[in-house]
Design a protein around this ligand. Structure first.
Ligand code: FES
Ligand code: FES
Length: 196
């Protein structure tokens, strides 16, 4: 995979023009537009990690069973290891690096995972956080059943799931409380649509 080209430079990279097996796709990732040359068979996880150097999205199983690689496509939690990069063109892609676009500091979902002990080694955490934030964008106050269903595709080998479930409910409470820093009406609450 060749280096990405900022979209302000409309020329494909020279390496792209020399590579007949590649196509140039235009991606919008965390609000930044890129042109990147990929093979038609390349998956979004590889493009993000190796092409755009966005390594916060982790690779677990590489076959759709662990949830580590979850990102948002138009606000919907999506497994990037199963998504062809060419099919992500025209969609708004958000990764864990772009969850707090307004500046430094943790998103309320990240903070809840941290404070509730919902993360230990952290390898699965970006996927859980992206799944959670997509859920809360669609269902601000989910039931325990809805939370369990939403994160059922995310696997964690460290924490058990009690603290993770607590973290999701704590984040939901904060995001829906206008008096909290990340709460509704504060301007930093999750405003994206949610999971399927
Ligand atoms: S790496 Fe994508 S689901 Fe496991
Ligand atoms: S915190 Fe280690 S795998 Fe989930």
């Amino acid at each position: 995979m060749s280096d990405p080209v900022p979209s302000s430079d409309s020329r494909p990279a020279a390496a792209d023009r020399r590579s007949p097996d590649r196509v140039v796709v235009r991606l919008s990732v965390n609000g930044t537009r890129y042109e990147v040359a990929v093979r038609p068979s390349d998956v979004l996880l590889d493009t993000l990690r190796e092409g755009l150097r966005l390594t916060g999205t982790t690779r677990g199983c590489d076959m759709g069973t662990c949830g580590c690689c979850t990102v948002h496509l138009d606000g919907v939690a999506t497994l990037s290891c199963l998504t062809l990069t060419v099919l992500a063109e025209g969609k708004e892609i958000r990764t864990i690096e772009g969850l707090t676009p307004r500046g430094p500091g943790l998103h309320p979902v990240q903070r809840a995972y941290h404070e509730r002990g919902g993360s230990q080694c952290g390898y699965c955490t970006p996927g859980f956080v992206m799944t959670t934030s997509a859920l809360l964008g669609k269902v601000p106050n989910p039931t325990d059943r809805e939370v369990r269903r939403a994160v059922s595709g995310n696997l964690c080998r460290c924490t058990g799931y009690v603290k993770i479930l607590e973290a999701v409910h704590e984040a939901a409470a904060e995001l829906s409380d206008p008096s909290k820093p990340g709460g509704a009406g504060s301007g930093s609450a999750n405003s994206e649509p949610g999971v399927d």
